[in-house]
Design a protein around this ligand. Structure first.
Ligand code: FDA
Length: 310
């Protein structure tokens, strides 16, 4: 258990704190460490700047839990524009969406309809659409949408969280679909009945999921593996595992977040591993930023430094 992590994750859901923190210049300055700006153009500029280092991008426009169908439609329209704008600039860009941002709370079919439209656009641009995994109240619906849509949309990927006890079984149920899976540790506040409380267990689960996805049967069947992590030990274990299984370096991909462990990002790309950087942008950054602080409470120091430097 980590009380500071719990506190920050609880704070991420506070509208009162959100409204005050987002207006504070020192918080805005600190958040810029992890996001290039609020506009799509800021994200595309950042993607263009990463290209020379051999690192393509994934874009995600921050926001979650919309409450009106028009909002969900506007988010979907924004992402269609993002696919088109990236292609017009010749950028290798994928997109990652949250189902609650596409109307999941208003109905699974509504969100699924938007995902299908976006997946079609991704295919047109030879790109990929990813579905993020949100808190455990969304896991069943997210998997159901993926199961329903993946057969007709080969470029659709899904994120699975290693901290959930159920994930190993969920992965088995996905494998017959030849899925594209991004494994992450998991960023939400979950009870111990649902998620492993110990970091060592989460790390082990991550490795097991990665090894399963990289097993000969899964690779031959067309599964695509992405390891979404900045954990150098886990990255090293997966690299060693892939080497011992005779897999080439481009058989899977490491995805990291913009602004986190830039040294590691560059070293991986320089050493010939596939690396993609997830760039977040948009005006609804508060809950997302609090989750980044919760991952590493030492980041609070950057907030404090911004306050002290005026
Ligand atoms: P860990 O937390 O052990 O960190 C390893 C090292 O990375 C740390 O020692 C530190 O050096 C560095 N680091 C990690 N986080 C940092 C931070 N915030 N600030 C500074 N340094 C940091 N989660 C989720 O629930 N659903 C999702 O859909 C996604 N999607 C997603 C996509 C991609 C591409 C990534 C990289 C991550 C996600 N996540 C996510 C977030 C994920 O669940 C997890 O919270 C973070 O990746 C942090 O965990 P690490 O694997 O990096 O390990």
């Amino acid at each position: 258990m980590n009380p500071m992590r719990d506190l920050l994750l609880a704070a991420s859901r506070s509208a009162w704190l959100r409204d005050r923190a987002m207006r504070a210049p020192f918080v805005r300055r600190a958040a810029r460490r992890f996001m290039p700006g609020e506009r799509l153009d800021d994200a595309l500029d950042a993607a263009a700047a990463l290209r020379p280092a051999g690192m393509p991008s994934i874009l995600t426009c921050l926001g979650e839990n919309v409450t009106r169908p028009e909002e969900a439609a506007a988010v979907a329209a924004h992402y269609l524009e993002a696919f088109d704008s990236a292609a017009a600039r010749g950028l290798d860009v994928e997109i990652s969406v949250k189902l609650t941002q596409l109307g999941l709370d208003l109905g699974q079919d509504l969100a699924a309809g938007h995902v299908a439209t976006l997946a079609e656009r991704a295919a047109r641009h030879r790109s990929r659409l990813w579905i993020d995994m949100e808190d455990s109240s969304c896991t069943d619906a997210t998997l159901a949408v993926y199961h329903a849509l993946r057969p007709a949309h080969p470029t659709l990927g899904i994120c699975l969280q290693a901290y959930l006890r159920r994930t190993e079984e969920d992965l088995e149920s996905l494998l017959p679909l030849a899925p594209a899976v991004r494994i992450v540790k998991g960023a939400y506040r979950e009870p111990p009945e649902k998620a492993f409380p110990r970091k060592a267990d989460v790390d082990e689960s991550f490795f097991r999921l990665g090894a399963r996805l990289l097993s000969p049967g899964a690779v031959a069947a067309g599964a695509w593996t992405v390891a979404g992590t900045h954990d150098p030990i886990l990255i090293g274990r997966l690299q060693a595992h892939a080497a011992s299984a005779g897999l080439p370096r481009d058989a899977f991909e490491f995805d990291l977040l913009y602004g986190i462990r830039r040294d590691l990002q560059q070293n991986l790309a320089r050493d010939g591993w596939r690396v993609r950087i997830l760039i977040s942008y948009g005006s609804s950054w508060f809950p997302w930023y609090m989750r980044r602080l919760a991952e590493r409470p030492a980041n609070l120091w950057f907030v404090a430094r911004g306050l002290l430097s005026g």
